[in-house]
Design a protein around this ligand. Structure first.
Ligand SMILES: C[S@@+](CC[C@H](N)C(=O)[O-])C[C@H]1O[C@@H](n2cnc3c(N)ncnc32)[C@H](O)[C@@H]1O
Length: 351
């Protein structure tokens, strides 16, 4: 958990300015690293079975007793664990999210957070100086299947709660038969719509290595061969035609204004009259709270760092969509991911 302050510490750091507030950021970063090490070593899984002493945990994990005790104490101070006497136990946030037993998908997804924070963010100063990513993100991922899988594990986890909400809140046009998931990666949004809609089949369009994370969908019995994977570059390769629905989920932040205009125009051309586009983003602008606002700004910096992209405003998406011939876009703020919104719009049947 991020370092929290009491009233006296806040007075010292902010009102009296007697110590650099930056030190809180520094120690929060160390806390993040300590929590990740706890995850990797299996500390939280070891404590799932009940309160244990540091010596017990060290024996089970085969780790150094003194190092283990120090790690457990740090994780206790950060409120991942609690200690009673000499026994440590998981707090609910550790138990729910940081154990293989309860949430293997999030545990896997933390590998991307680790890669982003401790590898990619090393390029930040250079990217801000030059205005160019030091490593172009998607080519960098495509060059290494393991890296690509790590990134897809993160987006896969974010899709877990978002996909059901999107399917629930955005009905497809009546009689929809064909969907394209543009930059669909793992393909879970396409799969969720197919599962909810009899007779719907889907194309997941993405770069070749990214599509490996969708291959398991091809054998899912309930999808009955209705998912097809199409490798290609969505800015230059043929998308196909005759679709009733196009998903453009978490894509536009990675592209320039011009590229977005081009992409939305291509998507519009691939849709039938009456077809619907469903675009998801963390749009810039008002946020429900200071943490979501800071997350949104740090995402903007991340997009600049690795993609030369940005968090766009909803009004930007409205412009691209209406210029591409869609009817008035509708905004839907999502409950399962605070700060994330959909822009949906329909292609007119005539004109
Ligand atoms: C942020 S991920 C979003 C994945 C998925 N739509 C989701 O929201 O979970 C962006 C996806 O776009 C794909 N992508 C990026 N540039 C692309 C391009 N030029 N052509 C095709 N796919 C691309 C990436 O491989 C990645 O899977």
């Amino acid at each position: 958990m991020p370092l929290t302050t009491n009233a006296l510490e806040r007075l010292i750091l902010t009102r009296l300015n007697l110590a650099p507030a930056l030190l809180l950021d520094y120690f929060s970063t160390l806390g993040f690293r300590a929590a990740l090490v706890g995850v990797r070593l299996g500390v939280f899984d070891a404590l799932e079975k009940g309160p244990r002493t540091a010596a017990d945990v060290a024996e089970q994990l085969g780790t150094d007793p003194r190092g283990t005790e120090s790690l457990l104490e740090a994780l206790t101070s950060l409120q991942y664990l609690r200690r009673q006497g000499d026994r440590y136990a998981n707090r609910p946030t550790a138990s729910r999210w940081l154990t293989e037993a309860r949430d293997p998908a999030f545990v896997e997804a933390t590998r991307f957070l680790e890669m982003a924070a401790f590898d990619l963010w090393g390029d930040l100063e250079e990217a801000v100086r030059s205005g160019r990513p030091v490593r172009a993100f998607y080519p960098w991922l495509e060059a290494d299947p393991q890296r690509s899988a790590t990134f897809q594990a993160w987006t896969l986890w974010t899709a877990r709660d978002l996909a059901p909400e999107i399917v629930r809140r955005v009905p497809l046009p009546g009689g929809a038969q064909r969907l394209i998931d543009v930059g669909g990666g793992h393909g879970r949004y396409a799969a969720a719509y197919c599962r909810a809609t009899a007779g719907l089949s889907a194309v997941v369009f993405d770069l070749p290595i990214a599509l490996r994370s969708a291959e398991d969908l091809l054998d899912e019995p309930d999808l009955d061969g209705r998912i097809q994977l199409q490798p290609g570059d969505f800015l230059t390769d043929e998308l196909g035609a005759g679709f009733d629905v196009a998903l453009v989920i978490n894509i536009v932040h990675g592209l320039s204004e011009d590229e977005n205009r081009r992409l939305i125009g291509r998507v519009s051309a691939a849709l039938n009259p009456g077809g619907r586009i469903v675009l998801l983003e963390q749009f810039a602008g008002r946020a429900p709270g200071p943490a979501v606002y800071a997350i949104n700004r740090l995402l903007d910096l991340t997009y600049h760092l690795v993609l030369k992209g940005r968090t766009y405003r909803f009004a930007d998406a409205v412009g691209w969509l209406t210029d591409a011939g869609f009817g008035t876009p509708k905004r839907i703020n999502l409950r399962s991911a605070p700060g994330a919104s959909l822009a949906t719009a329909t292609k007119p049947r005539s004109g």
